[in-house]
Design a protein around this ligand. Structure first.
Ligand code: ATR
Length: 275
């Protein structure tokens, strides 16, 4: 489906890196489309504003916080994964309907090296920190990859709801259990927002007794090294930030709209790292 006008919507959306990513591919491929934009959409006027954008000729919208659940709720045709996560990050608008998809989980999977999946995830114990919107996608992805995934959240009730919603046969990790479970996990991913603001330090997990072959992932990409990753790196553990996932989820949206496969080239990674 060729899509002439595309954009990311959020509230606020000003700091989104999605325009740099999509416009890099649009330019590289020489596509005859308008530049990808960023647009603030008020959650209280969501449906009305989406209809306005449709009337203005927008055919593809990426959706970021706090609009992903609203995007899901107003859509007519919803992909299986979007249904499962009850949220949408990719809308395709046509004259008679809105299609919803969610590329966060596949973006997370595509951000991982094959070796990491084989050695640290499939049939292995994994730990997710947090139970917000991004945790949903990550827990779903880890479950799909065949890992025994458990999660810890500051507010345990939210972890119970998340596991129930996704029909995952697992239980939340309690505060008392956290260190022991983390020490037996081969992949640990932080999906909480702790570390995004300057001066915020990881006080959720101690890396003191973590096994040396454990892979540590943080969805945060700004700062490039969160305090969580800094602490893990200081201990000599393998680490990855969320930049590649950001690109890979964008690549899946790009493919839905333009039917062209793109990916995280070194050039694009460096471009984003320099922002
Ligand atoms: P996102 O959509 O990015 O996942 P979210 O839905 O607001 O964002 O979720 C944020 C997550 O970070 C939640 O799991 C939150 O924990 P609570 O459910 O207890 O609120 C977690 N979080 C945020 N700040 C935190 C902090 N200082 N310590 C521990 N967890 C934190």
């Amino acid at each position: 489906m060729a899509t002439d006008r595309t954009a990311v919507i959020g509230f606020p959306v000003d700091h989104s890196l999605s325009p740099i990513i999509h416009n890099h591919w649009i330019k590289e491929l020489g596509l005859n489309t308008k530049p990808y934009e960023k647009i603030n959409v008020d959650p209280n006027k969501f449906e009305e504003q989406i209809n306005n954008l449709k009337a203005e000729g927008y055919g593809g919208l990426n959706v970021t916080v706090p609009l992903k659940e609203l995007a899901f709720s107003i859509s007519d045709e919803i992909s299986n994964v979007s249904k499962k996560l009850r949220s949408a990050n990719t809308l395709t608008l046509s004259s008679d309907k809105i299609n919803a998809d969610n590329t966060d989980a596949v973006g997370f999977i595509n951000s991982l090296d094959k070796k990491t999946i084989e050695e640290n995830i499939t049939n292995k114990k994994t730990l997710v920190l947090g139970a917000g919107g991004s945790a949903r996608s990550v827990v779903h992805a880890l479950n799909e990859l065949g890992s025994q995934v458990r999660l810890f959240n500051r507010t345990p009730e939210k972890a119970v709801i998340l596991l129930n919603d996704l029909s995952i046969n697992s239980s939340p990790v309690s505060t008392e259990e956290l260190d022991n479970y983390a020490n037996s996990s081969s992949f640990i991913v932080n999906t909480t927002s702790l570390g995004q603001k300057e001066g915020e330090h990881n006080n959720i997990l101690s890396f003191e007794n973590i096994e040396m072959d454990t892979f540590i992932y943080d969805l945060i990409y700004n700062p490039k090294r969160s305090s969580f990753l800094e602490q893990a790196e200081a201990k000599g553990l393998k680490v990855q930030n969320g930049l590649r996932m950001l690109i890979e989820q964008a690549a899946c949206s790009f493919q839905i709209w333009h039917e062209i496969k793109v990916g995280a080239s070194d050039e694009l990674m460096s471009l984003l790292e320099s922002v």
